[in-house]
Design a protein. Structure first.
Length: 350
């Protein structure tokens, strides 16, 4: 059982210019928490405040029961993996990893032994003597992680750790990073723009918008019940607020959506772009209870499909194959009818 004073307990209040960050963060040892949010939301400010690189304007920061808000960065039991890794170019991978323990007072032999053990665990023993310029992006990321772990931190901070990698390398390194974090016994806090990174790596997501937490929960819960437009876009859903009267949801400033669940009061109603079927003529005899007249505002490649951005009675996104898009003659300005079956919707309390 986790003791009450173990893990992270923080309220981070930072005021800089006209921006105010005010969030509460808690995490138990062994837990990985991901901070998500749009640009300027305050994610990186929160991470820098935890590291001691940005002073708190208020609040508190406790780690394993110890107060850290006034401790300088070098006195905090914190390891950081920066987006661009910041490896020392003149040192080998081994000496990059050994640098932290040496700064903590470990002897050269002890520090290098600890570094060699970590590099071996990362599958990098054969690259111990290589300098950063000789390493691939994925190898450099793992050296940076090993360097952060070498100081035996009680809090591991990862700032967009996979952002600098190409798509193929990212896939491999993401899996390796998940394996390493699974064995990490202290708290890890991850900042990322990539929802897949967050879903794969984190036990819990904290979504920040405008310096405040707008939603937090497990990846599955966030994906199933988004509560803001940003989160809905992040997890790939069309999301609307309105008032439910049984199976009918009166969308704010919009039409009625017939939903699968029967609720009353203020609700969210959501459905994926893949649930939307497009027609050039109003469908007749369709089993879909929801039909809206829309106009194509834009088209973009989305994976192996086309995503249509639609305006009109109900602004929404629809996914369809390139063949279907061509057969429909989709182009900006074209009028279409969008239909969605009630069974494809999901409604929950606002």
């Amino acid at each position: 059982m986790t003791a009450p004073d173990e893990g992270l307990d923080a309220r981070l209040v930072v005021e800089r210019g006209g921006f105010r960050l005010d969030i509460a963060l808690t995490a138990a040892p062994g837990e990985v928490v991901a901070l998500l949010g749009p640009n300027g939301a305050g994610k990186t400010t929160a991470l820098r405040a935890l590291a001691g690189l940005v002073p708190l304007s208020g609040g508190h920061l406790r780690l394993d029961g110890a107060r850290l808000e006034h401790a300088p960065p070098e006195k905090r039991p914190v390891g950081v993996v920066f987006q661009d890794y910041l490896l020392f170019p003149h040192l080998s991978a081994l000496d990059n990893v050994a640098f932290g323990p040496r700064c903590q007072g470990a002897g050269k032999a002890e520090a290098r032994e600890r570094a060699a053990e970590l590099l071996d665990r990362m599958g990098l023993a054969a690259h111990a003597s290589a300098r950063p310029r000789r390493l691939s992006g994925g190898q450099a990321q793992r050296v940076a992680l090993a360097r952060a772990l070498a100081v035996r931190p009680r809090l591991l901070l990862l700032d967009e750790p996979l952002a600098a990698l190409d798509a193929r390398t990212r896939l491999d390194v993401r899996a390796q990073l998940r394996h390493q974090l699974a064995g990490f016994e202290a708290v890890a806090v991850l900042v990322t723009h990539d929802p897949l990174d967050a879903m794969v790596l984190a036990d819990r997501l904290v979504v920040i918008e405008g310096g405040r937490i707008v939603q937090e929960g497990t990846p599955a819960d966030i994906a199933r019940h988004p509560r803001t437009d940003y989160i809905a876009r992040l997890v790939g859903l069309n999301l609307y607020q309105g008032r439910a009267d049984g199976h009918r949801v009166h969308v704010d400033a919009g039409p009625v959506v017939t939903a699968s669940e029967s609720l009353s009061g203020r609700v969210f109603v959501a459905f994926p772009p893949s649930a939307v079927t497009l027609h050039r003529e109003r469908p007749t005899g369709s089993s879909a209870r929801n039909v809206w007249r829309c106009e194509v505002a834009g088209l973009e490649i989305h994976g192996d499909q086309i995503r249509a951005d639609l305006t009109g009675e109900l602004p929404l996104a629809a996914d369809l194959t390139t063949v279907a898009a061509a057969e429909l003659g989709l182009a900006p300005g074209v009028t279409v009818w969008a239909s969605v079956k009630a069974t494809e919707t999901h409604t929950y309390a606002a």
